[in-house]
Design a protein around this ligand. Structure first.
Ligand code: F6P
Length: 322
C-alpha cells in the first residue's frame, strides 16, 4: 500500500484534528502519500479528495472541530453512493482509507470493507456509545465542558434555592449525562438506560429539599424518555410536588465546540497512528479503539452488531453519592 486517504464523518468531536494529524504524519513517516477528504462521505462521493503534507496539519492539534469538515451523508447509505465513492478512490490510486467517526460513520466503513475496499476506523464521538473502544475521541472534552456548566449553575441554583434540569448530548446513550452527574456532584441523572417517571424524579427532588439541600441539579440525557423539555413541561404543571423552583439549561452543541483536552489529544494521536499502522499490516474492516489502556483493533462487523452499555456500577455509584 502506497497511498491512503483520511476523512472525518458524523458529529464532530474535539480531538478529530489530532487524529487527522497523526494519520497524515504516520503515513508520511512510512513513505506513503496521504490524501484528505473534505466533508466526510459526501466529499468521497463528489470527489473532494486532495493531497496533504506534514505542514498541512501543523497548528491544528489544539483546535476543536475538524479541518476536513464533516457531514451526515444520506447518499452514502445507498449502494450507488458507496460505489461512486470507491470509484473516486480508485481513480486517484488510493488503496486504503481511514474513517474517523462514531456509529453511523463506522457502519459506512463496514459497507466499504464489504465492497472489498481496505478501510480502518477510528473511534470518535462525544457520545461514547461505540462498541470496540472503552472511550472515544471527544468524550473527555465534552465532559469537561458540561462540568464547567454544572459548577456554574450550582452556584446560582444555591443562591436562589432552585432546582436545575441540565440537558446534555447523547442521542441514545446516557454516558455523558451519567458521568457529568457523577463528576459534577449532581443530585441525579436521567438517562435512557434507566426507566424513571417524572413523579419518581419529583420524589427524589423532594427528598433533597427535605435533607436541607440549597439546590438540586438533575443532569438529563437528550435521549432520555423524559428529556429536559418534557420534564420542564410536566413540572410547570406540578410545581408544588418539587419543593424547589425549577429552571432548565440545554447545553447541546456547546459540548462539541471545545478545544480538545490533553486526554483527547493524546488518545486521538495514539488512535490515528494505530489506525495507520493497522493499514500497513494489511488489516481492513476493523475499528481502532482503546481497551485496557492499549490501542487495539476490533472487526467492524462486531462493532456494528453490538451496543456499548453504561456500566451499572457507575449508575449505582452516582445514586449513592448524590
Ligand atoms: O453523535 C454525536 C451527537 O453530538 C449526539 O450527541 C447528538 O444527538 C447529535 O450528535 C447531534 O447531531 P447534529 O450535529 O447532526 O445535530
Amino acid at each position: 500500500m502506497k497511498r491512503i486517504a483520511v476523512l472525518t464523518s458524523g458529529g464532530d468531536a474535539p480531538g478529530m484534528n489530532a487524529a487527522i494529524r497523526a494519520v497524515v504524519r504516520t503515513g508520511i513517516s512510512r513513505g506513503w502519500e496521504v490524501y484528505g477528504v473534505k466533508l466526510g462521505y459526501e466529499g468521497l462521493i463528489s470527489g473532494k479528495i486532495f493531497p496533504m503534507g506534514a505542514r498541512d496539519v501543523g497548528g491544528i492539534i489544539q483546535r476543536g472541530g475538524t479541518v476536513l469538515g464533516s457531514a451526515r451523508s444520506l447518499e452514502f447509505k445507498t449502494e450507488e453512493g458507496q460505489i461512486k465513492a470507491i470509484r473516486n478512490l480508485n481513480e486517484l490510486g488510493i488503496d486504503g482509507l481511514v474513517v474517523i467517526g462514531g456509529n453511523g460513520s463506522q457502519t459506512g466503513s463496514y459497507a466499504l470493507h464489504q465492497h472489498g475496499f481496505p478501510v480502518v476506523g477510528i473511534a470518535s464521538t462525544i457520545d461514547n456509545d461505540l462498541y470496540g473502544s472503552e472511550i472515544t475521541i471527544g468524550v473527555d472534552t465534552a465532559l469537561n465542558i458540561s462540568l464547567e456548566a454544572i459548577d456554574r449553575l450550582k452556584i446560582t441554583a444555591s443562591s436562589h434555592q432552585r432546582a436545575f434540569l441540565i440537558e446534555v448530548m447523547g442521542r441514545g446513550c446516557g454516558y455523558l449525562a451519567l458521568m457529568s452527574a457523577l463528576a459534577g456532584g449532581a443530585e441525579m441523572a436521567v438517562i435512557p438506560e434507566v426507566k424513571i417517571t417524572p413523579d419518581q424524579i419529583a420524589e427524589r427532588l423532594r427528598i433533597s429539599y427535605q435533607k436541607g439541600k440549597a439546590h438540586a441539579i438533575i443532569v438529563v440525557a437528550e435521549g432520555a424518555e423524559y428529556n429536559a423539555e418534557k420534564l420542564a413541561a410536566y413540572f410547570s404543571e406540578h410545581r408544588q410536588r418539587l419543593g424547589f423552583d425549577l429552571r432548565t439549561t440545554t447545553l447541546g452543541h456547546v459540548q462539541r465546540g471545545g478545544s480538545p483536552s490533553a486526554f483527547d489529544r493524546i488518545l486521538a494521536s495514539r488512535l490515528g497512528a494505530g489506525a495507520t499502522e493497522a493499514l500497513v499490516r494489511g488489516e481492513s474492516g476493523v475499528l481502532t479503539g482503546l481497551i485496557k489502556s492499549e490501542i487495539v483493533t476490533t472487526p467492524l462487523e462486531v462493532v456494528v452488531q453490538n451496543k456499548k452499555t453504561v456500566d451499572p456500577k457507575l449508575i449505582e455509584l452516582a445514586e449513592i453519592l448524590d
